[in-house]
Design a binder for this molecule. Sequence first.
Ligand SMILES: C[S@@+](CC[C@H](N)C(=O)[O-])C[C@H]1O[C@@H](n2cnc3c(N)ncnc32)[C@H](O)[C@@H]1O
Length: 328
Amino acid sequence: MLQKITNSFFARTPISKLDWQLIDESLSKSAELDLLNGNEDQMFHCQENILNATVNHPLNLKYPLPEIYIHSFLKALINKVEKYLCEIHYQILEKYTALVCKNLSGIESGYRTFIIDENTSISLKENISIISDGTTGLCTWQAAFYLAEWCIANRERISGMAVIELGSGAGLVGLTCYKMCQPRFISLTDFHPKVIETLRHNLKENQVITTRSGSSINVQSLDWMEFSRNEIELEADLVLASDVVYDEELIPFLVGTLVKLLQPKRNLNKLPSAIIACTERNEETLERFLSELACRSLKYEHLEHAPVAFACERNYPVRIYEIKPILS
Ligand SMILES: C[S@@+](CC[C@H](N)C(=O)[O-])C[C@H]1O[C@@H](n2cnc3c(N)ncnc32)[C@H](O)[C@@H]1O
């Protein structure tokens, strides 16, 4: 049961949305047993187990979550334990008081770890704010989870493909695709220098081997404004992008980039396609994107969502499109 807490804790699920019912049930059972036994042993162990699944978990040493998040978690945990009128575990108190004494307001970044299965997890250095350092690319956006899940569900299709990701941000989709789908190569691209720096850091932290037999991964600078207008050659079988449709002014350049990447190259039987996941925030912006596709001779179809693989918040609907060139 604590694995579920570990998964959502390290994915930095908002504190109020963690499965507190599960924690409460376990505390309540321990309190009942202690009442029968006339001691506080079970409660002590229960708190220790919760700490070991979260704040004391080895992942938090290697890829520490932002301290402000740990502070809020411990505060909420103390409130829960206090309900049972028993002693708060000394480690909870020690850790909490150490954080209370720090000024945490200016601390912006820390890691988020997404546990996909027993053998695979992805740890990303991410900022807390959705816009920081003048870019939207330093945190994972919601559509990225859906696109990464689509990749996992379609791993056989992706295996052996040359893949380019546009506007990679913190790198969740690209790293999931690399770790789970065995593409021939995958390029994670973005244009903002700080995002490129963070992407390189995240590749290194995840110890992905930039070339391994049959598969390689790299980070490249690719600005849609430049790429769509200039003679830059890049080839891909599959283009991936999540949450890149949010600014109307960027749409012509984004679609221009897709047009170039999806041009049929040598083999007309094997046309490249793009899978784009878009959060439905603004209907008009999405409509503008779809009509720009049609104007530039690209067609699209809606794809089904894949099974859930990531513990994350899902506040808005997300649409997944497969985009291909219209052949004359
Ligand atoms: C909302 S974020 C989404 C990041 C990531 N794909 C995700 O879903 O978490 C949009 C991304 O597009 C990138 N971007 C914006 N304008 C761009 C451009 N002209 N060329 C390339 N990337 C761009 C940003 O740097 C940012 O990483």
